[in-house]
Design a binder for this molecule. Structure first.
Ligand SMILES: C[S@@+](CC[C@H](N)C(=O)[O-])C[C@H]1O[C@@H](n2cnc3c(N)ncnc32)[C@H](O)[C@@H]1O
Length: 206
């Protein structure tokens, strides 16, 4: 349960929130919210019956009572919630879950991939990214987004590199691009070189 990523996720929750932890798996996020009384109510859901049983066993072990639901995204959630945590999934799965009338006002998202598509689609779906935090864990950066239903159109650069304002994360993105430049076809090199220049500027801006 000692995950920096989960700590950042739960730091976005407020006392007034009624939270649905979508794809709870091990259930640690829900357990931390409940044990530390960080929100008004927490529910946990899973698409996988096995994962849900795993979460229930962990709830029992940790002496917390959390109502659970077997559900694909929001489809079979019969209770009210105003905040959803959707973490540890790919962008396409997250976007499929959000493409539902039950999608709440506030969402906390931690995708595993394709952040450009995620940011762009969130804006198109009517969500504003209020904060973005990049957390280094298990040799990987996880980007955690706090969003509310409000108009926003990020610029192309903000969509590409994010709005974390974290120079270490920008440097990481720069290093990743530099690494693949020799392997990509000539037609794609110029775009990567342009992105490297943008990232250098972001890092040197202060
Ligand atoms: C890697 S785990 C992430 C667990 C936890 N949320 C975290 O961030 O540490 C992803 C979980 O999402 C669940 N999942 C995938 N698609 C889902 C969907 N459409 N609705 C609900 N849960 C889903 C999977 O069954 C899996 O247990």
């Amino acid at each position: 349960m000692n995950s920096e990523r989960i700590k950042v996720i739960i730091s976005k929750v407020r006392a007034k929130d009624t939270v649905l932890d979508v794809g709870c798996d091990h259930g640690y996020t829900s357990i931390l919210l409940k044990k530390n009384k960080l929100c008004k109510q927490v529910y946990a859901s899973e698409i996988s019956a096995n994962a849900l049983e795993y979460a229930k066993a962990n709830f029992k072990k940790n002496h917390v009572h959390i109502k659970t639901f077997l559900s694909d995204g929001f489809k079979d959630i019969p209770v009210f919630f105003d905040t959803a945590i959707i973490a540890g999934m790919g962008t396409n799965t997250i976007l499929n879950i959000l493409n539902d009338v039950k999608a709440p006002h506030k969402i906390i998202i931690a995708s595993n991939n394709n952040y450009y598509l995620l940011r762009k689609s969130l804006n198109a779906m009517g969500y504003k990214i209020i904060t973005e935090e990049a957390v280094w864990e298990n040799n990987h950066y996880y980007v955690i987004l706090l969003c509310i239903k409000e108009y926003q159109r990020l610029t192309e650069k903000e969509l590409l590199y994010g709005i974390s304002n974290n120079d270490d994360y920008y440097q990481y993105q720069l290093d990743m691009r530099k690494k693949i430049i020799p392997q990509v076809p000539f037609s794609k090199k110029w775009q990567l070189l342009k992105e490297c220049r943008d990232l250098k500027r972001l890092i040197e801006r202060k």
